[in-house]
Structures are given as structure tokens and as C-alpha cells.
Design a protein around this ligand. Structure first.
Ligand code: ATP
Ligand code: MG
Length: 790
């Protein structure tokens, strides 16, 4: 049921229409947030298909998350029907995995190669450092991993780096020499393990296309249309990959490369939303697009369809302060909309309560559902205070990002088994599970097998199969190692006999005794581990239903490539029916929110030192990136936008006062409605001394009746009649701050007995360092701390 192509143009503005219809040379669409860039990509693809200018198989579209890819595919399918299924719509990483799985033989890779995430690659780096006998203090594996990752983003391979750093004046520095050595060893170990880390997925694909012209030609013939969303966040490796795939590379004219007419390249982006410079993304890719592609056409979109004028004015005011940017005119005809609501809280708990109360109020007054609301923060750690309040008031929510499911220990263990089964040479995973659950195999026997594998130039897994030949093993170790090798052989047989991922996983958990051990434990954490494993099993069963042909490697690929934003709860039912489910509040960092939109958005933690982030304050470039991040955050809102800050925020156990974010200073007063302008802290510091908090509304939280959820709420502190309560963080009147001296004994509500070791400042700002014995030494702002002098 291919649609009438004309109908795909209905409702588009002239510039959008032009972008959809453009044919021929490279096309760049640059525009501010919410101007329909992603929508234009979708319509362009649908139009290509509907007019038969392209077949679905000729289209490669790159999005930022797997979820965005699924959404784009669904929309195109809704527009043009089932033929859309043959399109490739995916993230950079998924597209590369697909290519590499097909072309593995060319590279001498096993088709079931493993994909190492950050944790895996750091484990491998730790092994490499040990092998090279590097001092972990001078050369922390984590630092080396970061540096290598940055080199890969720039497509610098170990040989090139060794040459470049060695030939630098004075023979290069010592650190670079070590880095070169570690990089080369790390790559060799990956290779040996038939594994690729995340950055390799891109770099290896680029190398594949550059080193094998026939392969490159195959893909250039295939993908006649390459479309990239969020182009401002591509790094050099991704940039090169796009060039290679579209066939507009520098090498395409070389002898041997058959001439293929270049494909049509469409990229969309917004330099003001570039927020991944720290991962090597470079605005250069968008700024210099026209220079890189001389035949390129650039289209600007200026009408915003997402947000109200007030929201746009606020966002524009913030971003316009960035130096050296191209000014954009972004307008909307959707009207001013409600004012942006501002709130200054005394601390993060009170900020969280404001957010929760407001969500609840909007539900009553405007029918806003939890699923319409997103709450943003700068760093993951900030979610905790928000979560506590949302749990207490019974508002359903989901945290996207943070400690992810697939990073949990039991999940990593189970997945390590599956990886080791799919790829016996995957040393990192084989060694991870060697003694999990405990089989009495110590480091010594592991080291002996490792030494043997190095001598024989085989993988650790292959050495296990020849464990009889390993010299010097104690009988007990030999028995344990052979039992492990047999166990793995049995499981591998099952996997190769055509059993689905769920069945294999079940067998792993049973035959290894992993599940039995957790079940027998009386540690409550182990009970939740069992639940998590059950969840993983459910994921595998679901996968089997969706993809009956899929094998273990396909399943592993699926779970390796889940990005943060992929965990966002779905907005609609699959069939597009209006949602009856009220959904859940989404909590996430602003980085994760890129490209998304919500009717109601809270941007929290607008403090100098929180957002903009502390480490950006002294660096103009980083500050500019924080500002772009603020722009991204504010422009996610469709109808209502809230901005808040806490006067005092506790991080690492220490309450700190933060000044208002400089971004707040930029907001035009006339679009703002400050519900509370100053914290009681400010008043307390002012000439009038402590005046107490007026709170926000009588009744409110302390009445305990504000929420109709029926969920019983804990009330740690009795409600106070004259304002909000803060739990342990209630500020006390100045007179009540205990005056302490070094050597005084105190008690603290949470830490117990302690001894004062240092006192700084006096009066309301007094800070004491207190030794709480086994609880550690804490630095506490006394005004906020439940400390009593004994
Ligand atoms: P971002 O920069 O945040 O990624 P974007 O430029 O990709 O934003 P879209 O997400 O494509 O913007 O569009 C923003 C909203 O505006 C979406 O809800 C989209 O459906 C709507 N929209 C875009 N163009 C039009 C149009 N011509 N008519 C009506 N609605 C539109
Ligand atoms: Mg977009």
C-alpha cells in the first residue's frame, strides 16, 4: 500500500518540502531544535520509496539510538507500508555490526565475534597492564583506556600512533611510549579473542571499506541513499564512515576502485545542540560540510513546531550568549503559552518535593499524565533525591541511564557465559567465569593456563581444552579446570544443536549451579539477583519470539547495543491506538534526552557548579558546551517548562551552597513566573538574619493528604506547622547551631558517636570535621546536620 507521494508533502512548510524533494548532490539541513529535522528525514525516506526513486534496500538511515531507529522505521512503515522493512535504520554501531558480521571473513574475524563494552574493555586493559608490568598508579588502566578510545575516535591505529609519538621531537614522552605499547598489546589481545570494543566497531568498518575496495564498492552500490540524524554529534571516525559509505571518499578515485556514482547523502543537525565533544564529536563536521562537499546544498528550517514562544524565548536567550555561533531565527506560531515556572529550593530534597507536588497538581488541574512528564538533571547522581520523593508520594517513574541492567554483576556473569559459548576465544569473558560460581580455581592456576596459552600462541579458551598439557598444575586444579572445560563443551553442544538463547541461558544457570547458589543464599541482594536473571531470561524468550531464526550471536548483539535512551518507556501502543495507560514520569540526564520531546519538562539543579558542571567553570569551551546542553534541555518542552535550583546540595556527603546558575541570569524576566525566588538560606545570610522558610502553600506535603494514590507514606519527621520539613536537612535557627570545639564528643542521627577533629568558620556557616570511627570522617555544615553535642 504505497501512499500517494503528494500526500507526504501535505503540512510541510516550503523549506521542509524542498528538503524532502531535493535530488542529487549532498544535502545539509541545519536548523534549531524542534524545527522538524527528524520529521523531514522520515518524510524524505517515505517520499523516496513512494515515488520509487529508491527501493527500501537502498536506504541507510543513521539515528542516535536504537529506539529512535525503531520509531523512524515505524513511521516510514506507517507512511508507505511493508516495503519499508528492507531499509537499514540503525545507530552507527548497529550498522557497523551488521556490516562486520557479513564481512567477518575478509577481516579474519569469527562471525560470532564478541563486542566488549566499557567494563569488558577495562578488564582487558587491566590484564594488559599486568602483563606489561605497568605501575597502576602511574599508568591507571582507566586512563589508558580513555586515551585509546580517543585515538580510535580519530582513526589512529596502534602502528600510526607508535610512529607519530616516537618521531615527535625528543623521541616523544615516556607516557606516550607506554601508551603506544599498551595500545598495541590491547589490540592484539582483542584480535586474539575475536573481540571488538565499541570504538573498534566504527574504526574497523572504516578500515574494512578503505582496505578492500571491492567491499566498499558493494556497499556503495547498495546504499544509494545515506541519511544521518544528529550530525553535529558525529566524531571523526563516524564522519569518515559516512564519506566511505556514500562513496565520496578521498580514496575512491584511486586505481583499483571501480567508479561508482556517489550515493545521495542527507545530513541533518544543529551546531547549537552539539553535546558530545567530550567523546570526540566535532562541530567541524557540520560547520565545514559545505567545504567538504563542494556540491552540497544547504537548507535552513526556521519554524519551530514543538514549543511555545515562551519556551523558545528562554532557550534562545541562553544559547545566544555562546560566542562564535551563527545566529538563527527560530519562530513559532503556537502562541506564548504558560509562563516558565521558576523555583528556588533550600536543598535538593525540597526541590524534589516541589517537582513531585507540581506533577501531582498538573494531573488534577490539567489532566497531565505521568507519562507526559520528564525531569532532567546534569549528572546521574542527582536522580536519587528525586526518586526518594517520587517513591514516597507514589508517583510511578523510571530512571533512564544510570547503573544499567546490563552492567549488574549477575547479568554480566550470565552474559559472559553466553559470550564464551558463542566465541570460545573470548578471553576476557572466559576468564571472568572461570571461577564463577566458585570452583576452587585460584589465580595461580589461571596464570599457569595463561602462560601456556601465550607460549602456544592460542587463546585461553583453547588452552583449557588442552589443560592436560599445562605443566605444573596441581591435581585438584587440573580436575577443576577439566570439569570447567567439559561443562563449557556440553553447553556449547546445546547451543550448536539449535537451542534458542533462552534455553541456553537456562542451561547455563542450572548446570553451573549459579542459580542454586543464589537461591541458597540468605543475602537479600541475592534474591534480587535471581529476579534480575529471571528478567534476562524473559528478555531472551521475547527475543526468540520476535526473531525465531535468531541465534545466540544475534541475541548477544541485541543486548550489547542497548543505549541509554533505549530504555525510555514507549509512548504509544504498538498499533498507534491512543494510550490509556497513564505512563510513568521519565527521569534522565539531558544528554540522554537529545532528540526527544515531552509536554512537560522540569530542568533541575540549575546551579553554578552543578549545571554548568563544576569542571567546566574555568574553561570557555566546556562552558560553551554546557550552554548547548542547557539549550537542548529547555527545547525538549512542548507546553510547560519548569526550572529549579537548590541553594544547598549535598554531594559526597558534604552539603555545599551553590550560587544560581549563570544560565538563569540570561532568561528574560517577562517569560518567567518565579514561584519562589530566594531560598531561606539567602534570607538567613541577609541583614535581617534568620527569618525561617515560608514554604510553598499551606497544607501541601506535611498534611500527608496531597496525594490520592493511597500508598502509605513514611513520615520520618513530624509535620511542622510553619513550613516544609527537611528531614535531617532542616536548617536550624542560628542560635541552635551547636558551638563545637576540637575534641568535643557528638552524636549524629545517621553516623552515631563521633569526635570533632577540626572546626572552620563560625555562626551559621560553621563547618566541623568529625571522626565517626568506622563510619569515616565527615565534613559537615553544622546548620544542616543532625549533630548534638554530648
Ligand atoms: P531536535 O533538534 O530536537 O532533534 P527536530 O528538528 O528533529 O528537533 P522534530 O522532532 O522533527 O524536530 O519535530 C519537532 C516536532 O514538530 C515534532 O512533534 C514534529 O512532529 C513537529 N513538526 C515538525 N514539522 C511539522 C510540520 N510541518 N507541521 C506540524 N508539525 C511538525
Ligand atoms: Mg531531531
Amino acid at each position: 500500500s504505497v501512499r500517494d507521494p503528494e500526500s507526504l508533502l501535505v503540512g510541510l512548510n516550503p523549506q521542509q518540502r524542498e528538503a524532502v524533494l531535493h535530488a542529487g548532490g549532498p544535502l545539509l539541513i541545519v536548523a534549531g531544535a524542534g524545527s522538524g529535522k527528524t520529521r523531514v528525514l522520515t518524510h524524505r525516506i517515505a517520499h523516496l520509496l513512494a515515488t520509487r526513486r529508491a527501493r527500501a534496500g537502498e536506504i541507510l538511515a543513521i539515528t542516535f539510538t536504537n529506539k529512535a531507529a525503531a520509531e523512524m522505521r515505524e513511521r516510514v512503515e506507517a507512511l508507505v507500508g511493508p516495503p519499508a522493512r528492507a531499509m537499514w535504520v540503525s545507530t552507527f554501531h548497529s550498522a557497523c555490526v551488521r556490516i562486520l558480521r557479513k564481512e567477518h571473513a575478509t577481516l579474519g574475524l569469527r562471525s560470532t565475534f564478541s563486542i566488549y563494552d566499557q567494563a569488558d574493555s577495562q578488564r582487558l586493559m587491566t590484564m594488559v597492564c599486568r602483563e606489561l608490568d605497568l605501575d597502576p598508579k602511574r599508568y591507571p588502566p582507566k586512563t589508558l583506556s580513555h586515551k585509546i578510545s580517543a585515538l580510535k575516535d580519530e582513526l589512529v591505529d596502534p602502528e600510526t600512533f607508535a610512529q607519530e609519538s616516537g618521531s615527535r621531537q625528543g623521541g616523544g614522552n615516556e607516557f606516550d611510549a607506554v601508551l603506544a605499547q599498551a595500545y598495541s598489546r590491547y589490540q592484539a589481545r582483542l584480535r586474539q579473542a575475536h573481540a571488538l570494543d565499541f570504538d573498534d566497531l566504527i574504526m574497523t568498518t572504516v578500515h574494512l571499506l578503505q582496505a578492500f575496495p571491492a567491499v566498499a564498492e558493494h556497499y556503495r552500490r547498495r546504499f544509494r541513499h545515506v541519511l544521518v540524524d544528529e550530525y553535529q554529534d558525529t566524531n571523526h571516525a563516524q564522519y569518515t564512515l559516512v564519506r566511505e559509505l556514500a562513496g565520496i571518499s578521498a580514496t575512491s578515485g584511486e586505481a583499483g576502485a571501480a567508479p561508482v556514482e556517489p550515493g545521495e547523502l542527507t545530513v541533518v543537525g544543529d551546531a547549537d545542540q552539539s553535546i558530545y565533544a567530550f567523546r570526540g564529536a566535532t562541530i567541524r563536521n557540520i560547520v565545514e560540510f559545505e567545504a567538504d562537499y563542494p556540491s552540497a546544498r544547504t537548507i535552513l528550517l526556521e519554524q519551530n513546531y514543538r514549543s511555545t514562544q515562551n519556551i523558545l524565548s528562554a532557550a534562545n536567550a541562553v544559547i545566544s550568549r555562546n560566542p562564535g555561533r551563527k545566529a538563527k531565527r527560530l519562530w513559532t506560531d503556537s502562541g506564548a503559552g504558560p509562563a516558565i515556572v521558576g523555583y528556588v529550593a533550600d536543598n535538593e530534597h525540597e526541590e524534589a518535593r516541589f517537582v513531585a507536588e507540581e506533577i501531582d497538581r498538573l494531573g488534577d488541574s490539567d489532566g497531565v499524565r505521568p507519562g507526559d512528564v520528564a525531569v532532567f538533571y546534569r549528572t546521574n547522581a542527582q536522580s536519587r533525591a528525586l526518586e526518594e520523593v517520587l517513591i514516597r508520594v507514589g508517583l510511578p517513574y523510571k530512571v533512564v541511564g544510570g547503573t544499567r541492567f546490563y552492567e549488574r554483576r549477575e547479568i554480566k556473569d550470565a552474559v559472559a557465559y553466553l559470550r564464551a559459548l558463542a566465541n570460545p576465544d573470548d578471553d576476557v569473558n572466559v576468564r571472568r567465569i572461570l571461577n564463577v560460581p566458585k570452583r576452587g580455581l585460584g589465580e595461580r592456576s589461571e596464570a599457569m593456563v595463561n602462560a601456556f596459552s601465550e607460549r602456544e600462541r592460542i587463546s585461553f579458551g583453547a588452552a583449557l581444552d588442552r589443560v592436560d598439557e599445562v605443566p605444573g598444575l596441581a591435581t585438584r586444579s587440573l580436575t577443576g579446570l577439566s570439569a570447567f572445560a567439559d561443562l563449557m563443551a556440553g553447553l556449547r553442544e546445546l547451543a550448536e544443536s539449535g537451542a534458542g538463547p533462552a534455553e541456553v541461558l537456562g542451561a547455563v544457570l542450572d548446570r553451573t549451579g549459579y542459580l542454586a547458589e543464589l537461591r541458597a543464599s540468605d543475602d537479600p541482594q541475592d534474591a534480587s539477583r535471581v529476579e534480575n536473571l529471571a528478567e534476562l531470561h524473559a528478555v531472551a524468550s521475547e527475543f526468540e519470539q520476535e526473531q525465531p531464526e535468531g541465534d545466540l550471536a544475534d541475541f548477544l548483539e541485541r543486548i550489547s547495543l542497548v543505549a541509554d535512551a533505549d530504555q525510555i518507556p514507549s509512548d504509544d501502543d504498538a498499533d498507534g491506538a491512543p494510550r490509556v495507560d497513564p505512563g510513568v514520569v521519565t527521569l534522565m540526564t539531558i544528554h540522554t534526552a537529545k532528540g526527544l520531546e515531552f509536554p512537560v519538562v522540569f530542568v533541575t539543579g540549575l546551579e553554578d557548579g552543578t549545571f554548568p558542571h563544576m569542571r567546566s567553570l574555568a574553561d570557555a569551551e566546556q562552558l560553551a558546551e554546557e550552554r548547548r546542553l542547557a539549550y537542548v534541555g529547555l527545547t525538549r518542552a512542548r507546553e510547560r517548562l519548569y526550572i529549579s535550583r537548590a541553594a544547598v546540595r549535598t554531594s559526597f556527603g558534604v552539603p555545599n551552597e551553590f550560587p544560581a546558575s549563570r544560565f538563569l541570569d540570561d532568561l528574560p524576566e517577562d517569560v518567567l513566573d518565579w514561584r519562589r525566588r530566594e531560598s531561606s538560606m539567602a534570607a538567613l545570610r541577609g541583614p535581617g538574619g534568620f527569618v525561617g522558610s515560608r514554604g510553598y502553600g499551606s497544607g501541601g506535603y506535611s498534611s500527608g493528604a496531597a496525594y490520592g494514590s493511597g500508598v502509605p507514606r513514611k513520615r520520618a519527621v513530624p509535620p511542622s506547622p510553619d513550613g516544609p520539613t527537611f528531614g535531617s536537612a532542616t536548617p536550624r535557627p542560628v542560635g541552635d547551631v551547636p558551638s563545637l570545639a576540637v575534641g568535643d564528643k557528638v552524636t549524629h542521627d545517621a553516623y552515631g558517636m563521633g569526635t570533632v577533629v577540626l572546626v572552620e568558620g563560625g555562626g551559621p556557616n560553621a563547618v566541623a570535621k568529625i571522626d565517626f570511627g568506622s563510619e569515616g570522617t565527615k565534613r559537615l555544615l553544622l546548620r544542616y546536620s543532625p549533630v548534638t553535642k554530648l
